[in-house]
Design a protein around this ligand. Sequence first.
Ligand SMILES: [Mg+2]
Length: 213
Amino acid sequence: MLFDFDGPVCSVFAGFPAPTVAYRLRMSLEERTGKRLDLTPSQAEDPLEVLRLAPTLLGLDLARVADDLLTTAETTAADSASPTPGGDSSLRASAATGRRVAIVSNNSGAAVLEYLRKYNLLHLVGDAVVGRAYGKPHLMKPDPRPIEAALRLLGVEPNAAVLVGDPVTDIEASRAAGVACIGYANKGVFEVNRAWLVGGPLGCSRSVIVGVG
Ligand SMILES: [Mg+2]
């Protein structure tokens, strides 16, 4: 069982809003470079999009600086993250029924570990925590390599695994890795995503979308 972190397990930025984190990261990077990071409004509010696009738009040497800044913010945010209803019990039930469990996240591994320790969940995953590759935001999901790394840690083949993740990048990543996906739709996008995924460009016959709220 592979779980994305932000969404299926918790809301990382519940107490430290993502747009604020994204704004501070963007301001820091712009001050360092003296250049403006030209983003769309939705990109500008998403810390991971700022991280993903900053090296391309401001210079490749910024990738590690940006990762360090965001990791600091994420580990702070993890302390005030809001557990997803059913998230911890899903992790516990997976482990209790003999399934090996991993976390595969675009957040930093440090932030994931911080949260798992705080809520006494770390023993359920052991060392099977795959955060984003340091300074390499182009390797975040939807790139399949984080999922492949988790499969190696668990010692399981793709066709024996399932990822619980947020549409849409997690579903794209799981499809590319050959892993089935349970899409956790928590933002009122259930019908849209179901139509798009099943009949749309991804054609995910092995995916299930679960709507909440
Ligand atoms: Mg997520």
